[in-house]
Design a protein around this ligand. Structure first.
Ligand code: SAM
Length: 274
C-alpha cells in the first residue's frame, strides 16, 4: 500500500526534476524565472489553461487574497501571483512538497507574494473570512473527509468569496476492486460522483454551484501524461529505483484505462459564498 507521503515524496514531478529540466533547456539555475518554472511545475491536468479557466470562472482580480488548497510544489500559487497579481497562501499536508514549493518560490523572488503552510485541508485553520477566492486542483481525491475540507474552505472565505476546484469524479461503473486499487496505489481513499460533490458544496452553505464535466478532455490529457511519465524513465529510476518506476507506470496505465472506460472522470466546480 502506497501512503500519501510516499506517493508525493517519490513523485516524478519534483523540485530536482523541475530544475534539471530547465537546466537541460539551457537556463542556468540562478537565472530561472517564475515563467520558466511554469513549464514543468504544474501538477494538475491541463497545465496553466486549466488554471486560467478557474480564474475566469471565479472572476479573480489583481490584489485579491487567494487560498490554494493542496498547493503541492506551488506551481499554481506562483502562476496566480505573477500572472494575475494576487497574493496566495498555499497549504499542503506533505512537508517535502511545502519545503520544495518554498525553495522554488524564493528562487524566483515570489516569496513576498506567495507563502506556504503545512496543513491538513480537512482541518483548515487559516482564519475566518480571510480570502477572496479559494482554488484547488486534483487534490480532493486524496482527502477522506471532503465535507470537512469543503466546510473549512467556506469558513475561510470572505462573504463575497468564491471557491473553484477540479477533481476526479467516479461514475456508477467504478467497481469496488477499482476503488480499492485507487485507495491503495494512488492514496485516493474515497472517490465520489459529480452530483455528490454538488450536494456536498450546497450542504456546506455554498450557492450558485456549477459543475462542468471535463472527462473527455482528461482522457486525452492523461493519455499524454502517461507518455510523459514513461519518458522520465531514466531520471525516475535513478532517483527512486526501478521497482518504483515500474509500479508507478503500471498503476498509471490502470488509471488511464478506467478513464477511457468512463468509470472515472474529472470535473470543474465553482461555488459562491453568497
Ligand atoms: C496532484 S497534487 C496537486 C498539487 C497542486 N494543486 C498543483 O496543481 O500543482 C495533490 C496535492 O494534494 C496534497 N494533499 C493531499 N491530501 C491533503 C490534505 N488532506 N491536506 C492538504 N494537502 C493534501 C498532496 O500532498 C499533493 O501535494
Amino acid at each position: 500500500m502506497i501512503t500519501l507521503k510516499t506517493f508525493y515524496d517519490e513523485h516524478p514531478i519534483n523540485e530536482t526534476e523541475i530544475i534539471e529540466k530547465l537546466e537541460a533547456d539551457g537556463i542556468a539555475r540562478d537565472a530561472i524565472k517564475a515563467e520558466d518554472l511554469t513549464r514543468y511545475d504544474q501538477d494538475h491536468y491541463g497545465g496553466v489553461s486549466a488554471t486560467d479557466a478557474l480564474v475566469k470562472a471565479l472572476a479573480m482580480e489583481p490584489g485579491m487574497h487567494v487560498l490554494d488548497i493542496c498547493s503541492g510544489m506551488g506551481g499554481t500559487s506562483r502562476y496566480l501571483a505573477y500572472r494575475y497579481g494576487v497574493t496566495v497562501l498555499g497549504v499542503d499536508i506533505t512537508e517535502s512538497r511545502v519545503e520544495g514549493a518554498r525553495r522554488l518560490t524564493e528562487m524566483v523572488g515570489l516569496d513576498g507574494k506567495v507563502i506556504y503552510e503545512v496543513a491538513d485541508a480537512s482541518r483548515l485553520d487559516v482564519g475566518e473570512a480571510r480570502f477572496d477566492r479559494a482554488i484547488s486542483q486534483e487534490a480532493f481525491l486524496h482527502i477522506p473527509d471532503k465535507e470537512a475540507a469543503v466546510s473549512g474552505c467556506f469558513r475561510a472565505l470572505k462573504p463575497t468569496g468564491g471557491f473553484g476546484f477540479t477533481d476526479w469524479i467516479a461514475t456508477e461503473t467504478l467497481s469496488d476492486d477499482a476503488r480499492r486499487f485507487f485507495a491503495e496505489t494512488f492514496a485516493a481513499p474515497r472517490l465520489i460522483g459529480l452530483s455528490e460533490y454538488g450536494e456536498m458544496l450546497e450542504a456546506a452553505g455554498f450557492v450558485g454551484v456549477r459543475a462542468e464535466n471535463l472527462s473527455e478532455d482528461w482522457r486525452v490529457i492523461l493519455t499524454e501524461r502517461l507518455e510523459m511519465f514513461r519518458s522520465l524513465e531514466k531520471e525516475t529510476v535513478s532517483r527512486f529505483g526501478r521497482e518504483r518506476f515500474d509500479t508507478y507506470i503500471r498503476n498509471y496505465e490502470f488509471f488511464v484505462a478506467q478513464i477511457t472506460a468512463g468509470s472515472l472522470g474529472g470535473a470543474r466546480f465553482v461555488a459562491w459564498k453568497h
